[in-house]
Ligand binder design. Structure first.
Ligand SMILES: [Fe+2]
Length: 475
């Protein structure tokens, strides 16, 4: 229970004593709950024998008001003063509590707002975990802050069984291990290597209780195990979505040396709940995207299987195009879509007769016209899938030439979609550096020489500059 002088401002107390003194024509004294003197009015007055009345806060005595018996006051005056002090202190305490509550709620809302603004509709697990770790570190500066995720949910270990929700296909051992996704702070390198089991120790306790767990001294807690870096104080906040655990926030040793306070823990739990939903959504999105990519890759390989000379061509074009776009500084989300478009750029060849695709000699005009249908056929196929509709235009124009002499629309320069111009560069490079029925593959140097001669005619010279920067990375 707080002291009475913590509940009211000193000048306010003195003013109240003065008012009571004026109203009842007597000296007034304020004592603490141990009946030690705090204030008197008039100041510095001496008193020996007092009538006292307790001052309460929520049924507990926090002090006394007193009047010297020598002043011979009526008892009712003292009761009035005591009751008034109790009411004033009670109101002040409630206002303080409400202000504190409002401030905490405001802080919580501000943090959630800041997180939601920064995460937006983020569908990238790394981004969400990094933002979450940053936020925890800013709010509660600690020696280490880690975000751990269940191993069967990490993007690089995603399985089809997770995507379709068939839990029995996921090995039990992978459901009970958490791996570090992000680690910040003094021990980030050792923390990033850490994995923890959820079926024992502190994590099990936190997960069983479905609430945060804090330990003030891990050396005295036999449940503490598995950490790869020095820890004294510890906070574990589980990441829970729809009653199932997807991971945990682990913060260790606040930099100010204090314990993790209940207000901080409550707030971090709110943030964790918000981020857990975002992480789950992003993981599902990753899973669907992986499935889409593996399906597209399998599809392109099936088409290319008709021709031994072009087998794997689309995958290589996709990898080269992605490298060019990385060099251009595009964000990973965009690069993934372009990678997919490159993977599917020749999908329209599914409608091109096999004897034409595999013809050893030159194609006649009629056969060439049939081959030239493949960008349009491919674009029409992709257009049928709403999620991939934007990609259809990039596929449609991948055989346009920079000087406007290409097909199907004879677009030129910047009017050709930029992804189509990049796919064209990757397409030509891979074709030149691959064996054909009528010639051996050109070396990388020979291919570059041939391509340089077509700049401004077939290929975009500016984008080719970016391609040249990454060409040394290519096999
Ligand atoms: Fe093509």
């Amino acid at each position: 229970m707080p002291e009475i002088i913590d509940l009211l401002d000193k000048s306010r107390i003195k003013e109240l004593l003065r008012q009571f003194s004026d109203a009842f024509g007597t000296s007034v004294i304020l004592l603490d709950k141990n009946e030690d003197l705090l204030f008197t009015f008039p100041e510095n007055m001496h008193h020996t024998d007092l009538m006292k009345e307790p001052v309460y806060l929520r049924d507990s005595i926090v002090g006394y008001v007193g009047i010297p018996k020598a002043d011979n006051p009526p008892r009712s005056s003292l009761c009035f003063i005591g009751r008034n002090m109790t009411e004033i202190i009670g109101m002040g305490f409630e206002v303080d509590s409400l202000s504190g509550e409002v401030a905490k709620n405001y802080e919580e809302l501000s943090l959630l707002r800041s997180l939601s603004t920064r995460l937006g509709a983020a569908l990238n697990v790394d981004k969400i975990c990094n933002e979450l770790a940053d936020e925890v570190m800013n709010f509660c500066p600690s020696k280490n802050v880690s975000i751990l995720l269940r191993s069967d949910m990490l993007a690089d270990t995603l399985s089809t069984s997770y995507i379709v929700g068939s839990k029995n296909l996921v090995p039990e051992s992978r459901k009970t291990m958490l791996f570090t996704k992000v680690a910040l702070g003094a021990y980030s390198s050792s923390a990033s290597m850490m994995s923890l089991s959820t079926d024992r120790g502190l994590l099990k306790h936190a997960f069983d209780k479905k609430e945060p767990l804090t330990v003030c001294d891990v050396s005295a807690d036999e449940r503490f195990e598995g950490f790869t870096y020095p820890v004294s104080r510890l906070l574990i906040v589980p990441l829970i979505v729809e009653d199932s655990f997807i991971g945990a926030i682990v913060a260790t040793d606040k930099l100010d040396g204090e314990e993790f306070f209940s207000t901080e823990i409550k707030l971090l739990f709110s943030i964790a709940s918000y981020c857990a939903i975002s992480i789950k959504k992003a993981l599902l999105y990753d899973g669907i995207r992986s499935l889409l990519f593996s399906t597209a890759e399998a599809f392109s390989l099936t088409i290319e299987a008709k021709d031994v000379y072009t087998y794997g061509h689309s995958k290589r074009v996709s990898d080269i195009a992605a490298e060019i776009f990385k060099e251009l500084g595009l964000p990973p989300e965009i690069i993934n879509w372009i990678r997919l478009a490159a993977l599917l750029h020749d999908i329209g060849k599914i409608g091109t007769p096999e004897n034409i695709l595999n013809k050893k000699g030159r194609l006649d005009i009629h056969e060439m016209d049939m081959v030239k249908q493949h960008p349009l056929s491919g674009a029409k196929m992709i257009e049928q899938i709403p999620m991939l509709r934007d990609l259809s235009q990039w596929i449609l124009h991948h055989h346009e030439r920079y000087d406007g002499s290409g097909y199907p629309s004879r677009l030129s320069g910047d009017s050709i979609p930029m992804p189509s111009r990049v796919i064209a560069i990757a397409d030509v490079f891979d074709a030149l550096t691959s064996d054909r029925s009528y010639r051996k593959a050109y070396t990388k140097g020979e291919a570059l020489k041939i391509m340089r001669e077509s700049l401004g005619k077939e290929l975009d010279p500016v984008l080719f500059g970016y391609f040249e920067k990454i060409v040394s990375l290519l096999p």
